[in-house]
Design a protein around this ligand. Structure first.
Ligand code: FES
Length: 105
């Protein structure tokens, strides 16, 4: 089981436990009803409704966005160097405790 913390724009933190490591940050957040994690396109990098900012201490572990992902992030309201699409962050044991901020839409 992995625990992921979602920081909401209002400052609230939701800690969600994933029962498996086959989740993405988007799938886990959407299933748990995290506000702002919508996942309209189902994880195909076509909507950016899963946009998150990765906490600084987790950026190396999460890795960087692909060129295709970066192109979609550039279309969002708040693109930053720490931006990722939650549907492209696949959970694994090394990401237990991951902290992401839900980006404003
Ligand atoms: S769910 Fe649509 S881009 Fe991530």
């Amino acid at each position: 089981m992995l625990k992921i913390a979602y920081l909401l724009p209002g400052g609230e933190v939701l800690e969600i436990v994933s029962p498996s490591d086959r989740d993405s940050v988007m799938e886990l957040g959407r299933r748990a009803g995290v506000p702002g994690i919508v996942g309209d396109c189902g994880g195909f990098m076509a909507c950016a409704t899963c946009h998150v900012h990765v906490a600084p201490e987790w950026r190396d572990a999460v890795g960087s966005a692909s060129e295709e992902e970066q192109a979609m992030i550039a279309l969002t309201a708040d693109p930053r160097p720490d931006s990722r699409l939650g549907c492209q962050i696949w959970l694994h044991p090394g990401l237990d405790g991951l902290r992401v901020a839900v980006a404003p839409h």
